[in-house]
Ligand binder design. Sequence first.
Ligand code: SF4
Length: 292
Amino acid sequence: MATYLSLNRYLRDIFGERIQKVPLDAGLSCPNRDGTKGIGGCIYCGETGSGTGAHATGQAIREQMRKGQVWAARRYKAKKFIAYFQSYSNTYAPMAVLERIYRQALTGPEVVGMAIGTRPDCIDRDVLKLIERIGKGHMIWMEYGLQSACDATLKRINRGHSVQDFIDAVDLTRQFGFPVCAHVIFGLPGEDTSQMKQTIELLADLRIDGIKFHQLYVETGTRLHTLYSLGKYKPISLEQYAELVAWSVSRLPRNTVIHRLTGDPRRSRLAAPGWSLKKQDILNAICERIEA
Ligand code: SF4
């Protein structure tokens, strides 16, 4: 048996049943793409900003929630849900827009919580107050992309924020009592094992509430794809990735909730590494190492 606290188990312990996250695309942008922080975004960012692309097809948040709930009820027999704002930076919009989309997401007694993915430099006291007000009575998770605890790496991948921005965001969010899930990427250009471990050391020191692990994969059409095509970027191997995730799980506090063990690229957009599509093989490789 793997010895880590998965998101499923954590939610089941609290709610007594399966809770399914419904991914949402609010069609917001990102300050790292529109020129406020940078242009073009992170070098690996694809056209949908790691999201579903549902907004571009004209689906409002309520419609996306309804469809997601129907799908999850069929697939997992789930009856309760967490609205998950996944695409782009989901706190980067005027307050009135944020209020509208969060309210739409939290409609109905079957929606027990909300998870909001955003950049650590896109959060402030006013937005957190809004989330506190709208989210009353619901479980709230704030998800911040750290990716690496090395500022030189963040610069190299054009993140447009610093490690300190992440630490400040965690501090501020904790003042509101919301748990924070950190997003981390292994295999970033120029990083060796010790730098990747340094990221986990920081999160362990912060006693981070939750974490999502991703391998860096190359999406077609991104700047990373250009580097890869020129032979200037070599993806991480499955073995190294599995070793690092297993080590990280052992290093983090036992009550850190593991939201994700691997990224999920779209087959049609993936250039490399091919093993990214073999989700079960990746999970097996990680779990074998965790149990060893
Ligand atoms: S912060 Fe997220 S949405 Fe913005 S450019 Fe980077 S990966 Fe894309």
